[in-house]
Design a protein around this ligand. Structure first.
Ligand code: HEC
Length: 275
């Protein structure tokens, strides 16, 4: 008798839990777009579904017939077993979800800030270099005079290297770094990685836009529209912030990187000039 009602209990609440889970899952996918937002990521939808199941399990347990009372060693073993199972579920469950490493995120921010700090430092450095150059010239003039005076002194004058270190770097590689740091991958799929839902795939953009046009698009996202992305274009989904966030050389590098993307096997939407 008790067993039969337990089966009924599990069936009723289990089915309710699954139905509720599916409803939540679908709602998370389709309700936000009604308000012009993106649907929830898959991880969240799965989580909503699992919460509904968890709720059903709790209600099943509430109505379940009580167990026989355990005593002594049996009770301790039972308790330990329960602990092991629950811990296993938590650890297994948690590690099966994607993990965000705060150290990696911190590293990204640090990389962006480092460039900016270096730029302010560079202001000071440039002044020092200018002064060093003047001193250099004076030293050379003195050496010359010593020479003409026949002293024949060999005065070695240190050369000042005024070229910024970055100029020697590989522009395309620096641009790829900008792609990551500015998180373009959140909306654009590239090399098979990144969000493909919001913005166009860009693997072949180097064949469709000139570097000058790419620069325009980054500085003013309204200047170009990807074919078939009318809704996103109208809503201004592509952020209009890079002109404030990025230095000229960072944009140069990013443009060089984008211009190098010429994979004709990937169907990149055609850009249309808007202004
Ligand atoms: C929040 C989402 C989002 C981010 C972040 C984003 N974009 Fe976009 N981007 C879009 C959308 C949506 C479109 C298509 C509509 C349009 O053209 O405005 C687009 C279009 C483009 C196009 C034109 C593509 C074509 O085929 O015509 C280029 C190039 C581009 N983005 C480059 C970038 C670069 C470079 C970055 C990073 C600095 C970036 N985007 C960041 C959403 C984004």
């Amino acid at each position: 008798m008790a067993e039969q009602s337990l089966t009924k209990n599990i069936l009723k609440k289990g089915i309710f839990g699954i139905v509720l889970g599916v409803v939540l899952f679908l709602a998370a996918e389709y309700v936000p777009p009604m308000f012009g937002e993106h649907g929830f990521p898959l991880v969240f939808k799965v989580m909503f579904f699992m919460y509904a199941l968890l709720g059903a399990i709790v209600f099943i347990l509430l109505d379940a017939p009580s167990m026989k009372r355990l005593e002594g060693v049996k009770a301790i073993i039972g308790l330990l077993l329960f602990y092991v199972i629950i811990s296993g579920m938590y650890i297994g469950g948690a590690s099966s979800f994607p993990q965000y490493d705060p150290e990696i995120e911190k590293g990204k921010i640090e990389k962006i800030l480092k460039r900016r700090r270096a730029m302010t430092e560079q202001g000071k450095a440039e002044e020092l270099i200018a002064r060093a150059k003047v001193l250099n010239e004076r030293a050379m003039a003195i050496t010359k005079r010593l020479d003409t005076l026949g002293v024949g002194a060999q005065v070695e004058v240190a050369k000042v290297d005024s070229s910024p270190a970055a100029a020697s770097g590989d522009l395309v590689a620096l641009g790829r770094e900008q792609w990551d740091l500015q998180e373009c991958y959140n909306c654009h799929k590239l090399f098979g990685l990144g969000g493909k839902k919001r913005g166009p795939i860009l693997d072949n953009i180097g064949n469709l836009m000139t570097p000058e046009q790419l620069r325009e698009k980054i500085l003013d996202p309204k200047s170009w529209k990807a074919e078939g992305f009318d809704k996103q274009y109208k809503k201004g989904k592509m952020p209009d912030k890079y002109k404030d966030l990025m230095f000229d050389e960072e944009i140069d590098a990013l443009v060089a990187f984008l211009a190098s993307l010429k994979d004709t096997s990937v169907n990149t939407p055609k850009p249309i000039k808007m202004k």
